[in-house]
Design a protein around this ligand. Structure first.
Ligand SMILES: NC(=O)c1ccc[n+]([C@@H]2O[C@H](COP(=O)([O-])OP(=O)(O)OC[C@H]3O[C@@H](n4cnc5c(N)ncnc54)[C@H](OP(=O)(O)O)[C@@H]3O)[C@@H](O)[C@H]2O)c1
Length: 217
């Protein structure tokens, strides 16, 4: 499929490299033409470079991968307010986690809901936000022989199916985690996890296996 990426940073690199290897066509966009071109070369041919608007138009799927504070400006430049992303699958991997592991969107709409409000008609799916870029670079991201599960929140079944394909292309297992109004929980969970990981806690030790989720039966 054709994937436009709004952003030319580390997530564009990590996910873009995997998707290029899987045979998808990419166009990336960034604010600095030289840095963006260098990133495209690193991801590998035939990664194209375009403006925000060109990358939005290029993709059947568009990955939003910029810093949270830049989201409104970048979506506007991509033409999202005017419907440039209408009907497109818009994957939001943005974490609005600021210094002190503060979730900047707490108490208001989630980042994914803000994105959906601004990107008129886009079919937004929250995904790929819960792990570090270097996890997404793994081939495959799997631990103890089990592929990493990737939660996806979205309202459109076809969009979720499309993102599930992109998840499988990484060697991961897609998990439908509810509609877009659950994305805020995923965003908050990620902020919680990041703080734990930074303090040296293995978050996996917090959880019982599914067989014991409701106690021994
Ligand atoms: N890195 C991770 O491990 C990770 C994991 C999960 C989710 N995420 C989320 O993914 C998103 C991208 O992260 P990243 O690590 O790829 O970030 P990054 O390496 O800093 O790249 C961000 C991209 O956004 C651009 N950008 C930054 N500020 C901008 C502005 N004011 N206007 C226009 N463009 C701007 C950057 O351009 P310049 O190159 O010119 O600065 C770059 O192209 C973030 O929302 C982050 O929370 C990151």
């Amino acid at each position: 499929m054709r994937i436009g990426i709004l952003g030319a940073g580390r997530m564009a690199d990590a996910l873009g490299t995997q998707w290029t290897r899987a045979g998808h066509e990419l166009m990336i966009s960034g604010r600095d033409p030289e840095r963006t071109a260098a990133r495209a070369r690193r991801i590998g041919p035939p990664t194209r470079v375009g403006t925000w608007a060109e990358a939005a138009r290029f993709g059947d799927v568009v990955l939003l991968a910029v810093r949270d504070t830049a989201v409104p400006e970048v979506l506007s430049a991509a033409g999202a307010d005017d419907g440039a992303l209408r009907g497109r699958v818009l994957v939001d991997c943005v974490n609005a986690v600021h210094s002190g592991f503060v979730l900047a969107t707490a108490g208001g709409p989630s980042m994914a809901e803000r994105v959906a409000r601004q990107a008129v008609g886009a079919r937004v799916v929250k995904a790929f936000n819960h792990c570090h870029e270097d996890v997404w670079r793994m081939t495959p991201p799997a631990f103890d022989g089990t592929p990493l599960a990737v939660p996806m929140c979205g309202d459109d079944p076809d969009a979720l199916a499309t993102v599930a394909t992109l998840v499988r292309d990484l060697g991961c297992t897609p998990v439908e985690a509810g509609p877009l109004d659950r994305a805020g929980l995923l965003e908050a969970t990620t902020a919680f996890l990041i703080a734990l990981w930074h303090s040296g806690v293995d978050a996996r030790t917090l959880l019982p296996p599914l067989t014991h989720a409701f106690g021994p039966r």
